[in-house]
Design a protein around this ligand. Structure first.
Ligand code: ADP
Ligand code: MG
Length: 302
């Protein structure tokens, strides 16, 4: 069974096409990354799943429940941490969480879980503090607690670590990883590509409302046609290289030569022979395979 299924989903805001015929299936228990530059349509997609925005066409379902026709069932199974910090400043954390619980028809019986959430997110000492007295990082944690108050099996986090310092980011990732290991499906958008690279099994990249890629991380990493050859020079002047190779040169620290090479069009043997012909001697040689950052840049370049 799939956690989230999206079929031919489109969204127009007037003449702007924010999403264009998106197809996507996310399996139960997956840790899924939704990446893309600002304006790519990530939040629009998430808002459609959460029932906050209506799709122009196509359909979306959470655990088999259509987000329009069966919105109540779908919404009960979904927890969304919104990108924007929106909250009522005069409620305490505990009041906010109790209120949110009520929206899902949960009362006193949910108190224990709220306490657990407060502890897990390091909020227990602030439980009786009003939102306007909290730091940005604390508010972010409250939004996460709010999204989890009804124990949704599918959790979507829209840039949960934007503007969050390194220590708190680590804590949040540990917490989210814990949720995933307890069986929750996690879908997240982030600008921190290294984190998507280390944590997510599958990655979707949106660009201008279209799906630029949807693949397991390892497959995506193999997809790039480019890699780097990094040499520690001991003798010779790289300036003497032929024009064609100089065009592939990238900036590097003194004493190093870095060439960006195409997997097929720049055979390694030929490149090394050329270096030799120009009298370049080197003490060390490394091939650097591309990371998610490079592939992301290739796929989202205009
Ligand atoms: P992302 O979250 O990937 O940055 P969004 O989904 O927020 O992208 O936005 C996608 C596009 O839709 C952008 O061009 C944005 O300006 C536009 N957009 C988003 N929400 C609205 C709206 N309510 N009305 C009009 N345009 C919108
Ligand atoms: Mg967004």
């Amino acid at each position: 069974m799939t956690a989230v299924s999206i079929e031919k989903l489109s969204k127009n805001y007037g003449s702007l096409q924010a999403l264009e015929a998106i197809d996507m299936e996310i399996g139960k228990g997956e840790f899924f990354a939704l990446l893309g530059p600002n304006g790519a349509g990530k939040s629009t997609l998430i808002n459609i799943l959460a029932g906050l925005t209506r799709a122009s066409s196509g359909r979306a379902a959470v655990l088999g429940y259509d987000v329009c026709r069966q919105w109540r069932e779908a919404r009960h199974r979904l927890g969304v941490v919104p990108q924007e910090l929106a909250y009522d400043p005069f409620f305490t954390i505990r009041e906010l969480l109790t209120l949110q619980s009520g929206y899902f028809g949960l009362g006193r019986e949910n108190r224990g879980w709220i306490d657990e959430l407060l502890v897990a997110l390091g909020l227990e000492e602030k439980a009786e503090t009003t939102m306007n007295h909290l730091s940005g990082g604390m508010k972010r944690r409250v939004l996460i607690a709010q999204a989890l108050v009804h124990r949704p099996p599918v959790v979507i986090l829209d840039e949960p670590t934007a503007g969050v310092d390194v220590a708190l980011r680590r804590q949040l990732w540990d917490f989210i990883r814990g949720l995933n290991s307890r069986g929750h499906t996690i879908i997240l958008t982030t600008h921190y590509l290294e984190e998507a690279e280390t944590m997510c099994e599958r990655i979707a990249i949106l660009n201008h409302g279209r799906l630029a890629a949807l693949a397991p991380r390892s497959e995506l990493l193999r997809r790039s046609q480019w890699r780097r050859l990094r040499l520690q020079l001991v003798d010779g002047d790289p300036g003497c290289l032929p024009e064609a190779l100089l065009a592939k040169r990238e900036s590097a620290p003194p004493g190093e030569l870095v060439l960006r090479l195409h997997r097929e069009r720049d055979p390694l043997g030929a490149v090394l022979a050329e270096l030799d012909r120009c009298g370049l001697r080197f003490s060390d040689l490394k091939i650097q395979e591309p990371g998610l950052t490079e592939i992301y840049s290739e796929l989202t370049a205009d």
